[in-house]
Design a protein around this ligand. Sequence first.
Ligand code: UDP
Ligand code: MG
Length: 320
Amino acid sequence: MTSTYTGPVVSVVAPVYDEEILLPEFYRRTIAALEQLQVPFELILVNDGSHDSSGTIMDRIHEADPRVKVIHFSRNFGHQIAITAGTDHATGQSVAVIDSDLQDPPEVIIDMFRKWQEGFQVIYGVRAQREGETAFKRFTASMFYRLIRRITNINLPLDTGDFRLMDQRVVAAMSKMREHHRFMRGLSVWVGFKQTGVKYNRDARSAGITKYPFRKMLRFALDAITSFSYLPLQLATYTGFAIAGLSAIAMIIAIVLRLANSDIFYGQATTLVSVLFLGGIQLIFLGIIGEYLGRIYDEVKRRPLYIVAERRGVEEPNIE
Ligand code: UDP
Ligand code: MG
C-alpha cells in the first residue's frame, strides 16, 4: 500500500452476544494491545442481538472513542454470521477476528500482526492450552477437529478457532462466499494464501456463560461437515454395496442349506430383523439427505445473511 494510506492498518472484529460483564475489560485490553502496534486501527463490535445491556455499553464506548465502531443486528443471527458482518464492514489492510469474552487474549494480535508484516496472509491462533473448559468440551472439540480433517478435503489446522488475523485480500475473497451455513475457519483455509499459526493459551471465560450449548455445537459440527464434505452422502452408496454383497452371500448359503434340508433359516425372526435393520439404515440416510437438502433450501432462498438495525461509525459495505 502507499504511504499516503490513511485508513486503518488493522481492523479488529469481535462478535458480542450478552457479554455486558466482560465488555469494558475486553475494550480496555484490546485497545491497550492495539496501541502497542502504533498504527491506525479500528475495533468493530458486532452486537448479535444481545438481550442484556451490551448494546448500550457498546454505544457508550463508541461515543467516547471513535476508533470503536458498532453494528447492531436486528436480532440474534449467530456467532459465525456476526463475524461475517464484522469482516464485511472492516476497512483495514488486515483484519483480526477475536471472541469478546476474553478467551482469546487480545495481546496475541500483536504476534499475529508481526507475522502479517512478515508477509503471511492468514495467521490463525493455535490453542496450546484450553483452561477452564470441561473435559467433555475439550474431548468433543478435539474429536471434531480430527474428524473434519479426515473427511473433508480442507486441511484445517488442529485446535484452531476463529481467532485469526487475515490480509484484506483474504477477507475480500471470503466475503464473496455468501453461504448461510458458514464455517468461517474452514472458509479461511479454503481460500488458500500464505498461512501460518501462532500458539496461545486459551483462557477460561472470566465471567458469563458459554453461548454454545451442546445442541448448538452439534449444529455447528454438522454445518462444518456438510459445508466441506459429501462423505455422509456417499456412505449410503458404500453401505448399499456392503449390504447387497452380504445379502448375495447369505442368499447362496440359504439356498444351499435349504437343499440340504436344514431348517436354520426357518421362522419369522430372521425376516423381521433384517427388514427392520434395513429400514433403519434407510431412514438414517434419508435423514442425512435431509440435512443437505435443508441447507440447499436455505441457500436457494437467497435471504440476506443478516439484518443490521443500526450502524455506528461504519458505512454500509458494497457486497453483491
Ligand atoms: N456469540 C455471538 N452470537 C452467538 C453466540 C456467541 O456473537 O449467537 C459470541 C460471544 O459473545 C463470544 C463468541 O461469540 O464473543 C464465542 O461464543 P462463546 O464464548 O459463547 O463460545 P465458546 O467460547 O464457549 O465456544
Ligand atoms: Mg468463549
